[in-house]
Design a binder for this molecule. Structure first.
Ligand code: ATP
Ligand code: MG
Length: 713
């Protein structure tokens, strides 16, 4: 195991301490994820456990995939695919697929995403005659989510003090309907797994026995249910290793609780605690800036983080006129960076809110720069995709009412809204799913003409189900398209939009083909699982594209170059509370977010903000973020034109940033550049990092000296 030599002393200790509870508490970029990866490889190589005895929890699916890839390179064991490396949600979904029948669900349940959840909540509101004006749906949705994360069921809510009784009613009905539809929402996956274990000690014991080693990355962002789950699972072997950084706790709005870190040592009193203090990711300047920002938080464990990486470039700051100017600055800079040889996938554009992506998307497209928005459900949110998925869900679970109502008249088959309404009412009265209602009671509840149409629909579903049994996912999708005449109806339309929809469906088929190639379990159910649980489309690693994402989605990732955008008061920090104490907490969480954002950058960090921004269509002037001012000015260099970085061919971006030309260049010098040819130096920045050159053929360009391979002539 040569590779153990890569680790520093503390990291090695964390890897080798395989037995008993271990807590690794350390700052960004100090190798926490690396420790988990190497620890698993070590356990496998030493034969301490089989792959099937390992449960490793990552925060995103993307992180899980990356971790698996890395481990694969380090070990040579068989049955590698039996190892569980996944998010909490995926792991629980996997357990419930095998065990849900023990708690009154059937194993072929469907998973409801946010949209499904809100749709169902809307139905609850209607059924309970609750006015959305009076009680906000989003608020109730979040509250229910919090209850589930705290393992509070409807009958326990009253213990929480002052909760609106209507919320409890919604919560109760919502759960009841989910059960009728044989569906789980995201929070349920954890909630019911825990419930399964609590009510079935023998099943719990089976999994306790199975998971000899449990490892959790990004532990600071676990919520109570997640903590409790790993607590339960680790009771037998007690080989539980969690790694985290309290400064990167950024999901408290979703119920994540930093106290889990403290609680860990209480629950496992013999915990070994290891601290890592060396940062391997970022340059000195970037790391110092991050440290300076996070220092302003009162509620934190102070810790030191140092690096022996070189000082690096200054942090660049661009003050844009408006959000369009900001996006163009970023795109043009990126174009230059790519021309200089930096891979698009090594560049990240980060923003605080999802809505900000649009301007960047437009601008990048117009500059023909390949990009990818990570973490958006966009593709799977499209109508046509949701329609097809609804059919697929109905194949695996005909009781899924939400899907049934979605497609009962898609493509149009003459089943009108009043019939749909009647089905809803009747299935409520009978207390059975719509599918069963139509099948068992349809002929005497509906008139003949209506029933004929409904019967055709049920028959269609049954035919598809029977035929689907022996088919692959791709074939099943094609079968659905064919039998329902979905594709036909799109292609016969003259509408450009319908043509696009057909294209999207083609893409869905490609995604299914890819899924079949990459997964051992090629079942339709697993496919549906993977698309519902994949917050990020997971092909990102293979594509060389600029990555766009929210700061939340960037957790754990790293890029050579990071553009941190929209640094304006009211946007980042984004604060909503009116209450003084809550405001303070929110500001601290925003600051942790900012710390996460800064520490994603390895070599180059570029900050931007707009002086004006259209908010809800109105143009308003903005103030730059307080976080910018928390970074000492000595680390920052303001720029006025897009970055122009030329990397000398063949050399890595890392490595020496001291250019040999650096000290020698002065205003008036004539230089030669590999690509732009002969030019004259117009100015050199004070710190000698940047030069402005007037090229004979290309006009004025601003270059970073450390990357520009300039020859003085
Ligand atoms: P974050 O808090 O952002 O999740 P982390 O603590 O998980 O960060 P890693 O992502 O594991 O840190 O490591 C950061 C970078 O440093 C990676 O590129 C990793 O390969 C590198 N690294 C970690 N440890 C070492 C080491 N001992 N020698 C060389 N490189 C290392
Ligand atoms: Mg990490």
């Amino acid at each position: 195991m040569e590779w153990l030599k890569e680790l520093n002393k503390e990291q090695l200790e964390a890897v080798l301490s395989t037995e008993g509870p271990l807590l690794v508490l350390a700052g960004a970029g100090s190798g926490k994820t690396k420790v988990i990866t190497y620890r698993i490889a070590y356990i496998l190589n030493m034969g301490l456990a089989k792959p099937s005895n390992i449960l490793a929890i990552t925060f995103t699916n993307k992180a899980a995939d990356e971790m698996k890839e890395r481990i694969k390179k380090l070990v040579s064991v068989e049955s590698f695919s039996e190892m569980w490396v996944s998010t909490f949600h995926s792991a629980c979904a996997k357990i419930l697929r095998m065990e849900a029948h023990n708690i009154g669900f059937s194993n072929n349940f469907v998973i409801f995403d946010m949209q499904d959840k809100n749709q169902l909540l809307k139905e609850c509101f209607t059924k309970l005659n609750i006015d959305e004006e009076r009680l906000e749906l989003k608020f109730v949705s979040r509250l229910i989510s919090n209850f589930k994360n705290m393992l509070i069921d409807p009958s326990d809510v009253y213990k929480e003090g002052n909760v609106d009784p209507r919320v409890v009613e919604v919560y109760r009905l919502y759960n009841k309907l989910l059960k009728e539809y044989n569906a789980f929402d995201f929070d349920d996956l954890l909630y019911y797994t825990i419930m399964l274990f609590k009510t079935n000690p023998d099943i719990l014991e089976k999994y306790q026995h199975k998971f000899k080693y449990i490892l959790v990355d990004e532990y600071q962002d676990t919520n109570h249910a997640q903590f409790y789950l790993i607590y339960l699972l680790s009771q037998k072997h007690r080989n539980i290793c969690v790694v985290g950084d309290d400064d990167q706790s950024i999901y408290s709005f979703r119920g994540a609780d930093v106290r889990n870190i403290l609680e860990f040592e209480n629950v496992f009193p013999d915990t070994k605690v290891i601290k890592l203090e060396k940062n391997y990711r970022s340059t000195k300047i970037i790391l110092s800036a991050a440290n300076e920002v996070i220092k302003n938080n009162k509620y934190r464990k102070s810790k030191s983080l140092w690096t022996d990486n070189n000082g690096g470039e200054k942090i660049y700051l661009y003050s844009a006129f408006d959000e369009i100017d900001e996006a163009n600055f970023v795109s043009m800079s990126i174009k230059n960076l790519i021309q200089s040889g930096i891979k698009p996938s090594e560049i990240g554009i980060l923003y605080r809110t999802n809505a900000q992506s649009l301007n960047f998307e437009n601008s990048l497209s117009s500059h023909s720069i390949p990009y990818k928005v990570v973490g958006s459900l966009r593709f799977y949110e499209r109508k046509e995709i949701k329609d097809i998925i609804a059919y697929l869900r109905l194949i695996t679970n005909p009781d899924d009412n939400l899907s049934l109502f979605r497609v009962i008249n898609v493509p149009k088959r003459g089943i009108g809204p009043s019939t749909v309404e009647k089905i809803k009412v009747l299935s409520d009265e009978y207390g059975i799913s719509a599918y069963r209602l139509l099948k068992e009671k349809g002929n005497f509840e509906f008139d003949r003409r209506t029933y004929a149409k409904l019967y055709d629909f049920i028959l269609l579903l049954e035919r598809i189900r029977t035929e689907a049994e022996s088919k692959s996912v791709v074939e099943v999708i094609e079968l659905v398209l064919d039998k329902t005449k979905y594709m036909e109806s799109l292609l016969s339309s003259k509408n450009e939009e319908d043509f696009q929809r057909a294209k999207n469906i083609e893409q869905l088929i490609s995604a299914a083909a890819m899924f079949e190639e990459e997964n051992e379990d090629k079942s339709l159910q697993n496919f549906l699982n993977s698309i519902t649980l994949n917050f990020e489309e997971d092909d990102s690693q293979k594509e060389d594209k600029v990555m766009l994402m929210t700061v939340h989605a960037a957790k754990g990732l790293e890029f050579e170059v990071v553009f941190l955008t929209g640094l304006e008061e009211g946007l980042f920090p984004l604060m909503r509370s009116e209450n003084e104490i809550e405001l303070q907490n929110e500001l601290e969480e925003e600051r942790r977010l900012c710390y996460v954002a800064i520490t994603r950058a390895k070599r180059l960090l570029v900050l931007t903000y707009a002086n004006n921004r259209r908010v809800f269509g109105r143009f308003s002037s903005r103030q730059r973020s307080c976080f910018i001012d928390e970074i000492p000015t000595k680390y920052i260099q303001q720029i006025y034109t897009p970055l122009m970085i030329i990397k000398s061919s063949g050399t890595q971006i890392s490595g020496n940033t001291e250019s040999s030309t650096k000290k020698a260049l002065a205003v008036g010098d004539i230089i030669q550049h590999k690509k732009f040819g002969i030019g004259k130096v117009l100015s050199v920045s004070e710190d000698m990092n940047e030069v402005l050159i007037d090229f004979e053929k290309f006009g004025q360009k601003r270059l970073l000296l450390s990357y520009a391979n300039l020859i003085k002539i």
